[in-house]
Design a protein around this ligand. Structure first.
Ligand SMILES: Nc1ncnc2c1ncn2[C@@H]1O[C@H](COP(=O)(O)OP(=O)(O)O)[C@@H](O)[C@H]1O
Ligand SMILES: [Mg+2]
Length: 412
């Protein structure tokens, strides 16, 4: 096992005007499950490919453990990658598919069979070892692709959107399996996705990337509770955080007919007369006449929860607002309600830089106690996560011969 360090690693594609990945600085701890998340085109795949040795690093370094691998060829990096398009060999059985890289690496048949069986047991693939891929479900094929990586017993797993070929329901089931498998194996893993829910539910820590620039790296909960800038604030969380430009007034910011209290030291950090204020949908409550007046556009019923989507007028501008309302809410299209913060976290950002200005510790107890049904996504995942935490070290000793990293899969 090993840590992974990106030391100002930069990739500028030939002919590009700005780097696809710009001076990324990131350390993935030994055994950690790190998720790299960001919108399409932000440089996630490029980052992974630099780590795998499939993409040149134009500036900076990449280390695996203490070893500078920046100039080390892919096959000598001891990395296994699961790609988005994990094409299996159709003419080979599951066992042959899984053992193929080991065969190429010249590993003896007996050892190969043992490793394939071990991986098949981990992945619940034992009954299918003699089947061809076409006789497998999508989820089983995906697990065979995982199996191909696992049998190699690499120091680092790289996964590039490995669930994107699965339907929504299977994706949810499989992400849980991958996360718990990673914890059992304890292999340092860098996992790429554009899906923030996947990132939040799977990662020990999540690194948010935008336009090739690393925005923030932290635990899912910390990203949720203290996004470092407006981008992370809007990207993490579903439905998204409400971000509104509010006027600075005595003691805080103007929110409709009320004032949200904000420390003057926080507001003193901006040169503007306004700040961007972030309020999560679950931190707003419906009131009779306090806060901002909101015209209800739609109420989305999700069973346990319901979300109000409305429009408010703030400082003369129409603004979309989302609030979580009780599932028994009787609100309808066209209703007029008032919304105000209910004592959750108020996120304050500088308008010019987009950077967070306040560093309040989250107020845990009160808001949660008031609303028993209202669990935050971050809190929801805390329990199973903690239980899955103990990392069981890989049992089998590492084989001396390191199989080669397979040739680069075609980029999408
Ligand atoms: N081989 C390439 N040559 C030139 N530009 C590329 C190449 N691969 C990716 N890019 C560009 O680099 C940026 C990051 O791409 P990529 O790492 O694939 O993003 P992501 O995986 O986050 O969607 C994009 O603007 C993309 O168009
Ligand atoms: Mg990609």
């Amino acid at each position: 096992m090993a840590s992974v360090t990106f030391d100002k690693a930069t990739r500028l594609y030939p002919g590009g005007t700005r780097p696809a990945v710009d001076q990324i600085e990131l350390t993935v701890k030994d055994g950690e499950f790190l998720v790299l998340v960001g919108p399409s085109g932000c440089g996630k795949t490029t980052t992974l490919r630099m780590l795998a040795g499939l993409e040149e690093v134009n500036e900076g370094r990449i280390l695996i453990g203490d070893r500078d691998v920046t100039a080390v060829p892919p096959k000598d990096r001891d990395i296994a990658m699961v790609f988005q398009n994990y094409a299996l060999y159709p003419h080979m059985t599951v066992a042959e598919n899984m053992g193929f890289a080991l065969k190429i690496a010249g590993i003896h048949k007996t050892e190969r069979a043992a490793r394939v069986l071990e991986a098949a047991k981990l992945l619940d693939l034992e009954p299918y070892l003699d089947r061809k891929p076409k006789a497998l479900s999508g989820g089983q094929r995906q697990r065979v692709a995982m199996g191909r990586a696992i049998v190699r017993k690499p120091e680092v797993f790289l996964m590039d959107e490995p669930l994107s070929n699965l339907d929504a329901k299977l994706r949810v089931a499989t992400r849980t399996q991958i996360a718990s498998l990673q914890r059992r194996l304890g292999v340092t893993t860098v996992y790429v996705t554009h899906d923030q829910v996947e990132a939040m539910t799977m990662g020990d820590r999540v690194a948010v990337l935008k336009d090739g620039l690393l925005q923030q790296v932290d635990t899912p909960r910390a990203l949720y509770e203290r996004p470092a800038n407006v981008f992370v604030a809007g990207f993490i969380g579903s439905p998204a955080m409400n971000l509104m430009k509010l006027k600075i007034v005595a003691g805080g910011v103007q929110f409709g007919n009320t004032t949200i209290k904000v420390d003057s030291a926080v507001l003193g950090k901006t040169k503007d007369k306004q700040v961007t204020v972030g309020l999560r949908p679950e931190d707003l409550i419906v009131t009779k006449n306090e806060g901002i007046a909101v015209h209800v556009n739609i109420v989305e019923e999700l069973g346990a929860d319901a979300f109000l989507y409305g429009t408010a007028e703030i400082e003369g501008e129409k603004v979309d607002v989302i609030a979580r309302v009780g599932s028994k809410s009787s609100l309808r299209l066209g209703d007029k309600v008032y919304l105000k913060p209910q004592g959750g976290i108020t996120h304050i950002f500088d308008i010019a830089s987009g950077l967070r200005l306040n560093n309040d510790a989250p107020k845990a107890a009160k808001a949660v106690a008031d609303k028993p049904a209202a669990k935050k996504p971050a809190a929801k995942k805390a329990a199973p996560k903690a239980a899955a935490k103990p990392v069981v070290k890989k049992a089998a000793p590492k084989a001396a011969a390191k199989p080669a990293v397979k040739k680069a899969a075609p980029k999408k």
